[in-house]
Design a protein around this ligand. Structure first.
Ligand code: UT7
Length: 327
């Protein structure tokens, strides 16, 4: 059984923050951000927008695009690291709003590789015949987790959601390749509210409060990891599936940094035109970036029946992975 993406959808907040606006509250400038990252703007959730509301919008659009109703979905996975609530999970909140009452729902947390792992999880279920139609959503409200005083991180990230409808079809599935290295986890962290251990000092005051819920990153370490591991894993996924670079129409990479994408293209000796990007407009939206880009490509007619794409994600954990998708 093969997976077939039969609908895409995306939602980004209307509120657009360009680099000049960021430069009004941290010591940075448009030229530096564009040159070092490629990012020109990011979209930031308004007070009414949440990880759930963005996921619902992206999910609705993917269902409409696939021409199916919410009742036809039997598996709903939301990939997120920025859920509004600990309980219930985001996927159940989305189920409620969409009326996807037959769906089994759960969240998946693997940061920027999360959407790819949600895709693989759904594929395994479809392939084994447990479920038949999946709605996969990556949704992130990273602005809630941002240290807006840290110019090393706040310039990079944005909010948004992307979704795909995945159905099982006849044929052999392409084998995904994924890796994790928990020993390098400190490179990208967000000390969360689950970490109660250091929360209170002897007086009972919340000593850690200021550092909590904020993304911290060793940018150079993540950069080095990405430019080494992403080309490697793309090579692995091609070998695993007895394919070559010539078979691939487009590489849909997690949108972290233009220089990372360019370095991957160079290491693979592939033309940069095969690496579409939209990070200039949305920044890094973590697990939403791949489905938002897929939707952009689909809506603008850049994907054709039978095209083979490589999706590749990488990020906190550290985690990384690649999968081949036939359009
Ligand atoms: O989904 C995965 C998530 N994370 C990533 O993908 C992050 C990967 N890493 C990166 O994208 C890059 O490492 C960054 C964009 C975060 C940083 O770029 P860099 O080229 O690695 O810069 P750097 O950290 O080596 O800093 C170079 C200089 C430093 O100044 P000095 O020490 O040379 O005087 C920084 O203080 O640039 C300075 N700098 C800035 N200047 C203006 C750092 N951030 C900024 C800034 N604006 N926003």
């Amino acid at each position: 059984m093969k997976g077939k993406i039969c609908g895409t959808g995306a939602y980004v907040p209307q509120n657009r923050m360009d680099n000049d606006q960021i430069a009004t509250f941290v010591d940075t400038n448009d030229e530096w951000i564009k040159e070092r990252t490629g990012v020109e703007a990011r979209h930031i959730a308004g007070t009414e927008e949440t990880t759930v509301s963005m996921a619902v919008m992206a999910g609705k659009r993917a269902l409409a695009n696939a021409g199916i109703t919410a009742e036809e979905i039997d598996l709903l996975i939301v990939s997120t690291t920025s859920s509004n609530l600990i309980l219930p999970c985001t996927a159940c909140e989305v189920q409620k709003e969409l009326g996807a009452n037959r769906a089994t729902c759960f969240d998946l947390s693997a940061a920027c590789t999360g959407f790819l792992l949600a895709y693989n999880t759904a594929l395994a279920y479809l392939n084994s015949g447990v479920y038949h139609t999946a709605l996969l959503i990556g949704s992130e409200c990273l602005s809630n987790l941002m240290d807006w005083k840290d110019r090393g991180t706040c310039i990079l990230f944005g909010d948004g959601a992307g979704a795909v409808v995945l159905k099982g079809t006849d044929g052999d599935m392409y084998f995904p390749v994924t890796h994790s290295d928990g020993t390098k986890g400190e490179a990208l962290t967000c000390k969360s509210r689950h970490d109660w251990s250091n929360l209170y000092d002897d007086s009972g005051a919340s000593a850690m409060q200021d550092q909590m819920h904020r993304i911290g990153m060793d940018g150079q370490a993540v950069f080095r990891f990405a430019v080494k591991r992403v080309p490697e894993i793309i090579g692995e996924v091609l070998t695993q599936n007895h394919m070559s670079k010539e078979d691939i129409a487009l590489y849909v990479l997690h949108q972290a940094n233009k220089r990372i994408v360019e370095a991957v293209a160079k290491r693979l000796d592939e033309p940069i035109e095969k690496f579409p990007m939209n990070l200039q407009e949305y920044g890094n939206t973590s697990s939403a970036s791949i489905p938002i880009l897929l939707d952009d490509l689909h809506q603008s007619g850049k994907l054709h029946e039978g095209d083979k794409l490589v999706l590749a994600g990488f990020g906190a954990g550290l985690t990384w992975g690649a999968v081949i998708v036939e359009w």
